[in-house]
Design a protein around this ligand. Structure first.
Ligand SMILES: NC(=O)c1ccc[n+]([C@@H]2O[C@H](COP(=O)([O-])OP(=O)(O)OC[C@H]3O[C@@H](n4cnc5c(N)ncnc54)[C@H](OP(=O)(O)O)[C@@H]3O)[C@@H](O)[C@H]2O)c1
Length: 289
């Protein structure tokens, strides 16, 4: 048996779909069944159970977007940092292997020649850049907590997208925004991410951090143009002049844009498609809501 936490979420539901596709049985206790912020409750729930592995897809990314995490700081801290901290203690003491969904948003930028950050590098943006928001800091604190924890694989996806028109999908978001910010990012096709996450635990890759993005990077305008080219959106996309223009709106938090190097995951035989190829494949399969 496998345990999936956060199965009702955008990322968790893709992992649940992948497990179903593979015919793997899993338990998915809900928020209401189990208080994941309580060590006693979590230890009690796992007392009679020894799952093959656990996947933690619990988190809080803000509503309607990341700006919301600056308002609901306590909820954000609990979901993104306290929950993985509790899991590390309980699952670690039981010797249960598990995976945690972190985020690449703890980095900003890329190397001088455009190459991506590796897992060896410290996420200076989340640690010390005053522009980093609360969400990035809570995700970094969780990584810090888990760094020495036994039996945990940490995945860093970025800006998930898939073929389902959904308010949490990056592609849907782009189509709904009034204006776009032109930035270069590594992004993660959600179904590929879910498959990679499950495979990494099934293949028992070594514990540690893994960037889990599609190889390469893509500009906002390349994604917008592809949406137009596929006839999914006919809008004449408008852009902010620059980051200062974007941030001039009250309550808007600085967005990290970054390039990550997913080579470590690929070195363990877990490959995601090159980003442009993955986007094309996703757009060909697009399902309007
Ligand atoms: N979406 C992104 O853009 C993105 C990008 C990179 C990484 N991630 C990471 O992926 C993970 C999942 O994000 P998501 O986009 O799937 O979020 P989501 O759609 O909001 O889903 C969050 C899930 O976590 C559960 N949850 C929230 N707070 C909880 C708590 N205190 N105790 C127990 N369960 C709780 C929710 O349960 P209920 O439905 O019962 O509230 C839901 O199942 C997060 O760690 C996030 O940082 C997301």
């Amino acid at each position: 048996m496998i345990v999936l936490l956060g199965a009702t979420g955008y990322v968790g539901s893709a992992i649940a779909a992948r497990l179903r596709q593979l015919g793997r049985e899993f338990a998915a206790p809900s928020h209401r069944d189990l208080d994941l912020t309580s060590k006693d409750a979590v230890a009690g729930w796992f007392a009679g159970r020894t799952p093959e592995f656990v996947i933690n897809a619990v988190g809080f990314t803000g509503r309607p977007n990341i700006d919301g995490t600056e308002i609901e700081k306590w909820h954000c801290l609990q979901a993104n940092t306290v929950v993985p901290g509790v899991l590390a203690e309980v699952l670690g003491s039981r010797g249960i292997r598990w995976g945690h969904v972190s985020s690449g948003c703890i980095f900003h930028g890329a190397h001088a020649k455009g190459s991506g950050f590796t897992e060896e590098e410290e996420p200076e943006f989340a640690i010390s850049d005053p522009r980093a928001g609360w969400y990035a800091r809570t995700k970094w604190m969780a990584e810090k907590l888990l760094r020495d924890a036994p039996g945990v694989v940490i995945w860093r996806p970025r800006i998930p997208f898939n073929a389902e028109d959904n308010e949490r999908n990056y592609l849907t978001k782009l189509m709904r925004y009034e204006r776009l910010l032109e930035v270069r990012n590594s992004i993660s096709q959600l179904d590929e991410f879910a498959a990679a996450a499950v495979q990494s635990l099934e293949d028992r890759i070594p514990d540690g951090i893994y960037n889990a993005t599609n190889p390469g990077a893509i500009l906002t305008s390349e994604v917008a143009n592809a949406l137009r080219a596929h006839g999914i959106c006919r809008k004449d996309f408008q852009y902010f002049t620059d980051e200062t223009d974007f941030l001039s709106h009250p309550g808007r938090v600085f967005r990290a844009s970054c390039v990550l190097d997913p080579g470590k995951l690929a070195a363990h035989g877990i490959r995601m498609l090159e980003v442009h190829e993955s986007l094309e494949k996703t757009l060909r399969a697009w399902k309007k809501a």
